[in-house]
Design a protein around this ligand. Structure first.
Ligand code: ATP
Length: 511
């Protein structure tokens, strides 16, 4: 599905449709306070300052004194056209008769009128909404047809709470995510209603297992930026996962900022939290397998706290059964080449995400697997020979000839050769950056209001960028064995905030 952006970039996966605030964050400015857009400030719970004139307050006081003296109910004569309020002592105004008391009004006009809530037109949230499967509960895509004000989880036998459906939050490969209210606790939550197909059901059960382990064993105090799973239940044969409710995702934040990129400071704040989450995952020997801006959500619009979501593709490092994993823009070289993989693939995705947050545009927006690998090679060079020799897919993309010593010399196949061999019509990828190397692209990104920055501030920003370049280079290492682990990356001066002096040399951890 196309990435709904002004850049017109294509994205390999389905995008969620969480409602997006429109007003941009200031370009490259770190303003935690400005995470909510202008005109959408959080609701104030304080009463508004009184605007009553002092005289009216005095009159009100006089009325109270009078009311205290005379406690008899005062029934004024029936005003013309008004009927008595059945719940009170007064009379109903025409407005009340035609709004809150409309049912009685209709019944008075027509004694045979009967009102049933079940006859209310229901706003449908699922598209397409035509009933096809599961006794008419599911559409043609095996998605449960959701309506506003409908219920989920009212099955007594499962002892789950009852959830009132409020709105749609997003849609993904596995199903729909809806905003609901838990009628017992009144908490507003996000419920993922999984498609009614065994493959999605089983994979989502893996998500449940992994999230339970992460929540209960690895992060019991909710300190490491991992989504919380509240409960699960089955509704009309659909597995439902109840999550804490989060806010916009980072793709929406980038978009809201008009693809202008975030400040190095805000990129650092987000990246540090992601490294925290990835450290927990690595220690548990888990791989997320689908890290991307859409799967990183702000907790609220008031602060830059984030959470990693969507563990639907996650797996244990010893059970890496799938080869077609990760969203294309964030897919690691080892996965593209068909090699075995480890949690290092998440660190590659993190490198891509950190640069995208800074630049506002994806670093490697491949339009096909061939285009993806071409973009990576053009920027970072050829992968190490052992990866090209061992990768099951390497021969699709690379050709070789023996050199004078009999060693294989690899080169990327040309667009024409690849298209001919695979029956595709590969097109040269659109170039989004005027520079080709990563350091040049990062250095050339426009600085925020550079004219108003003092020379000292400019120098500081240059140092931040140098540190950032060194940081992302450690994540975007083509060789997964040399790529930094989250434990190593979090000690980098870009994350610790130490002054940049020289390239970072990793400290070795013996886990
Ligand atoms: N806890 C949450 N709070 C608010 N919105 C959420 C939450 N979880 C998911 N969403 C929204 O729903 C969308 C889809 O969720 P999720 O990625 O978990 O589904 P999926 O079917 O696994 O998607 P994918 O196609 O990426 O695998 C997200 O992009 C997000 O916009």
């Amino acid at each position: 599905m196309a990435r709904a952006s002004s850049s017109g970039l294509q994205h390999p996966s389905i995008r969620g449709s969480t409602s997006t605030p429109n007003t941009p964050l200031s370009h490259r400015a770190y303003q935690p306070q400005s995470l909510y857009p202008a005109g959408q400030q959080p609701v104030s719970f304080y009463p508004p300052p009184s605007v009553e004139p002092p005289q009216s307050r005095r009159q009100d006081g006089l009325r109270r004194v009078r009311d205290q003296r005379d406690l008899r109910p005062r029934i004024s004569p029936q005003p013309a056209g008004r009927r008595a309020d059945p719940n009170g002592t007064g009379f109903l105004s025409p407005t009340k008769s035609l709004t809150t008391h409309i049912v009685t009004t209709y019944s008075i006009c027509n004694p045979s009128f009967r009102y049933e809530t079940t006859h209310n037109p229901r706003r449908v949230l699922t598209k397409p909404s035509k009933p096809v499967h599961n006794d008419g509960f599911d559409n043609e895509d095996y998605d449960y047809i959701l309506y506003v004000n409908d219920w989920l989880g009212q099955d007594e036998a499962q002892r789950c709470s009852k959830y009132l459906i409020l709105d749609i939050l997003g849609q993904g490969t596995f199903g729909q995510v809806v905003k609901c209210q838990n009628m017992k606790t009144h908490e507003i939550v996000a419920v993922k209603v999984v498609k009614n197909k065994p493959a999605y059901f089983n994979q989502s059960m893996m998500e449940v297992q992994i999230l339970r382990m992460l929540n209960e064993e690895c992060d019991p105090n909710d300190e490491h930026h991992i989504l919380r799973l509240r409960e699960t239940f089955i509704h009309k044969s659909h597995l439902c996962l109840v999550f804490e409710l989060l806010s916009s995702n980072l793709y929406e934040l980038i978009k809201q900022n008009q693809f202008g990129g975030l400040s190095t400071q805000l990129v650092k704040v987000f990246t540090a939290q992601l490294l925290d989450a990835l450290t927990v995952l690595k220690e548990a020997q888990l791989i997320h397998c689908d890290l991307k801006p859409e799967n990183i959500l702000l907790k609220s619009l008031q602060s830059p706290t984030i959470k990693v979501i969507d563990f639907g593709s996650a797996c244990h490092e010893r059970q890496t059964v799938y080869t077609y994993i990760q969203s294309r823009f964030y897919r690691s070289p080892e996965v593209l080449l068909g090699l075995s993989y480890t949690s290092a693939i998440d660190m590659w995705s993190l490198g891509c995400i950190a640069v995208e947050l800074f630049l506002g545009l994806p670093l490697f927006p491949g339009t096909s697997e061939y285009n993806q690998i071409t973009r990576i090679v053009e920027m970072l060079g050829l992968p190490p020979t052992f990866m090209l020799e061992k990768g099951k897919q390497a021969n699709n993309f690379f050709a070789w000839h023996p050199d004078e010593y009999g060693q294989r010399q690899y080169r990327l196949k040309s667009l024409e050769q690849y298209s001919r061999e695979h029956g595709t019509n590969e097109q040269p990828g659109k170039k989004y950056f005027s520079h080709t190397t990563l350091p040049d692209i990062i250095r050339a990104a426009p600085m925020q209001k550079s004219s108003s920055k003092s020379p000292a501030e400019m120098e500081k920003e240059t140092l931040h960028r140098t540190s950032f370049i060194d940081f992302v280079s450690g994540l975007l290492n083509l060789n997964p064995f040399e790529r930094w682990t989250p434990q190593q990356a979090r000690m980098h001066p870009f994350i610790t905030g130490e002054k940049w002096t020289k390239p970072y040399v990793v400290r070795h951890f013996y886990l």
